[in-house]
Design a binder for this molecule. Structure first.
Ligand SMILES: CC(C)(COP(=O)(O)OP(=O)(O)OC[C@H]1O[C@@H](n2cnc3c(N)ncnc32)[C@H](O)[C@@H]1OP(=O)(O)O)[C@@H](O)C(=O)NCCC(=O)NCCS
Length: 282
């Protein structure tokens, strides 16, 4: 394995005899005239001559007059080069991690016009199906690593930090569905959402729950999945919770913060905890 060159070791701040020092494995003295005195010193891995301002392995520095060498812009130049080098190294594993995302993204961009950000967290690529012109935004998550598939119709939008898990039952979204930021959808019991339904930010649609008989740790009891069906043209408000086994009829509205524990008929407006039908869309 190649040793990491000493010049890319990270910058550390140290205190020395009342002077603030930024220390690296290599660097140069800086007698800044403005503000507090800052000294770049060699603490490890460099020759003593370098510590005294001698010739350096860094480009150009050894050939420049001392005054110029100590000028703060020169220092910044070298530090920037080192930081660039450092960040290139530290980014390498990220490139490798996102390689499959890039392929996935390119494939869908070319084949059906869908835009999948490279920053999406994706697991179970082979179980994910996207229709035409979908948009999957950065920092959202699609996990289809278990039995259930994640399937989208056309023009589906998944906004940032939305988290979809196929689980064992799968998640199926119709055409034109929009899932807002930070929504969690868990398809353990299976979830189907009809065309043109809008899910507000922070909603929780979780199709399982834990059995919770007395006398035994809940953690040790099985989970029970029950399917959730949400119709077409539904609007689910911010932070609403839809429990396992619920059916919400076409065109219904679920108020912000509602907890839906019973089925909601089509076109009903349901609000509160637990959600009650307040009125109907007319
Ligand atoms: C459910 C909602 C659509 C109802 O809107 P509306 O038809 O204009 O209803 P009103 O504001 O006239 O309120 C009607 C009644 O319901 C109550 N109510 C409205 N929204 C409520 C809510 N989220 N939770 C509890 N009660 C609610 C009102 O207090 C009012 O009660 P009252 O008759 O006792 O005075 C709306 O209040 C809501 O929750 N919208 C979600 C907003 C959102 O999440 N935006 C994110 C965008 S995706």
């Amino acid at each position: 394995m190649r040793a990491i060159p000493s010049k890319i070791l990270p910058l550390r701040k140290i205190k020395r005899s009342g002077t603030t020092c930024l220390s690296r494995t290599s660097g140069l003295e800086n007698n800044a005239t403005n503000g507090p005195q800052v000294r770049f010193s060699f603490v490890a891995g460099a020759s003593p001559s370098l510590a005294k301002g001698g010739r350096s392995a860094l480009p150009h520095r050894g050939h420049r007059p001392r005054d110029e060498r100590c000028h703060s812009s020169g220092v910044e130049h070298h530090l920037n080069r080192i930081d660039d080098c450092h960040s290139q190294l530290s980014q390498k594993p990220i490139y490798m991690k996102t390689f499959r995302n890039i392929i996935f993204s390119l494939k869908h961009r070319i084949s059906n016009g869908s835009r999948v950000s490279i920053g999406v967290y994706i697991k179970g690529f082979e179980n994910i199906r996207l229709g035409r012109n979908c948009k999957i935004h950065d920092s959202s998550s699609l996990d289809a690593s278990r039995k259930g598939r994640i399937e989208f119709g056309q023009r589906v939008t998944i906004n940032r930090y939305a988290d979809l898990k196929g689980g064992a039952g799968g998640v199926k979204l119709g055409d034109g569905v929009e899932i807002n930021n930070q929504t969690v959808i868990d398809g353990t019991g299976g979830i189907e959402i009809g065309n043109d339904t809008l899910i507000g930010p922070g909603a929780r649609i979780i199709s399982y729950q834990h059995e919770h008989a007395a006398g035994k740790l809940i953690r040790l009891q099985p989970t029970v999945g029950k399917s959730i069906k949400i119709g077409s043209g539904v609007w689910i408000g911010a932070n609403a919770v839809i429990l396992a086994g619920i059916t919400i009829g076409d065109g219904a509205v679920i108020g912000a913060g509602a907890v839906v524990t019973k089925d909601i008929p089509p076109n009903a407006i349901a609000v509160g905890v637990p959600a009650r039908v307040k009125s109907y869309r007319t």
